[in-house]
Design a protein. Structure first.
Length: 361
């Protein structure tokens, strides 16, 4: 987006955040047609390891094959619709808890009690429904649209930029995750993440402990790419949370509901958002380290982040959801500085363009 073109823009109408009909259009036209985060590859390390998750009301799971490859399936038995797996685990066969139909790791039906002599029953024609699965820097994504462009085509250049910012990322494995109900529309949460105009007011600990606020900037990654890149110098003052030497801060937001953060000195973490309905979203905050080990420094950062920035955002977004329902609210002008910086909302203008397109407006 041309930054000058964003000057004079106003915030979106509240119906984008509160109208069930708008959310219904986004469900079909956005969340079922874009790349949604599943899990990190390290959560399914060996054959038969699986991880279950949902995209809105669609239950899915990723599973490691015997040859080391990965597949994703809808988490539903082809008999009468019972889910096959829960959470995460390891299986040699996928056995439905309802009638014990069993499937191989490749999704093919292996056994169905009482069907051996049933006329017309063709076991070879029954299999689990696959979902497109792709990887970016070790993070797995799914797309319910079989015709959508690949991750690399959707976010050209982003993986290379991530690895440039954190060359040791391939050595990282899942370490820890926490989640919380945000009680807001998904877009409120995503907007809040993708601007730091509020950071010095609402996140004084983050602004003093992790980043140098004067250097913070957010811009669209590249023309035509629905990604936002955050950059900042590391905070090196007395208030720094930890030894931030070695590298600066970077974050890569991937439309619509995932962001990878690289804290100074290479502490890798991520946000992803799971919308439940028009006014409810679950935020997941995950951390990644070498071999998944959490040392004292990383645990300190995780605790500080959860108790300050993460907790502060939960209050903010819940209050915004309520405020957007006020009869006294009129969408105000976005604050746009063509030179960028921490006090500019040109990233919000870009998000608004993307959501209008996805909502059919």
């Amino acid at each position: 987006m041309n930054d000058m073109a964003a000057v004079g823009r106003r915030a979106l109408s509240p119906n984008y955040y509160r109208d069930p009909e708008v959310f219904a259009r986004q469900r079909e036209g956005l969340f079922f047609k874009t790349w949604q985060f599943a899990c990190h590859e390290s959560r399914v390390p060996g054959p038969g390891d699986y991880y279950a998750f949902s995209v809105l009301d669609q239950d899915l799971f990723v599973i490691r094959q015997k040859d080391g490859s990965l597949r994703c399936f809808y988490n539903v038995c082809q008999h009468r619709g019972h889910p096959l797996v829960e959470e995460s685990g390891r299986a040699r066969l996928l056995v439905c808890p309802y009638h014990a139909w069993s499937y191989g790791l490749d999704g093919g039906l292996k056994g169905a009690h009482g069907t051996k002599d049933q006329p017309g029953f063709e076991r070879s024609r029954i299999c689990l429904s696959r979902v497109r699965l792709d990887s970016l820097a070790g993070f797995l994504f799914v797309n319910l649209d079989g015709q959508a462009p690949s991750l690399a085509e959707t976010f050209p250049g982003v993986e290379a930029a991530i690895l440039e910012a954190c060359p040791s990322l391939p050595e990282r494995a899942f370490a820890q995750e926490h989640e919380a109900e945000e009680f807001c529309n998904w877009l409120i949460a995503v907007e809040n993440y993708n601007e730091c105009y509020h950071c010095r007011v609402a996140h004084p600990t983050f602004a003093a402990g992790v980043i140098d606020p004067q250097s913070y900037d957010i811009h669209p990654f590249a023309e035509g790419v629905k990604s936002l890149r955050h950059t900042a110098k590391a905070q090196s003052g007395k208030g720094a949370w930890y030894d931030t030497s070695g590298s600066d801060y970077a974050s890569f937001y991937l439309w619509p509901a995932f962001s990878l953060q690289i804290y100074p000195s290479g502490l890798v973490n991520a946000y992803h958002w799971r919308p439940r309905d028009v006014a409810n979203t679950v935020v997941h905050r995950s951390w990644y380290s070498k071999e998944g080990v959490i040392d004292d420094q990383l645990q300190r950062v995780i605790d500080l982040d959860r108790d300050t920035t993460f907790a502060e955002d939960l209050k903010l977004v819940k209050r915004i959801q309520r405020g957007l329902g006020s009869r006294g609210y009129t969408p105000g002008p976005l604050v746009i500085n063509p030179e960028g910086g921490i006090d500019s909302e040109h990233s919000i203008a870009a998000l608004h363009d993307w959501v209008r397109e996805a909502s059919g407006d």
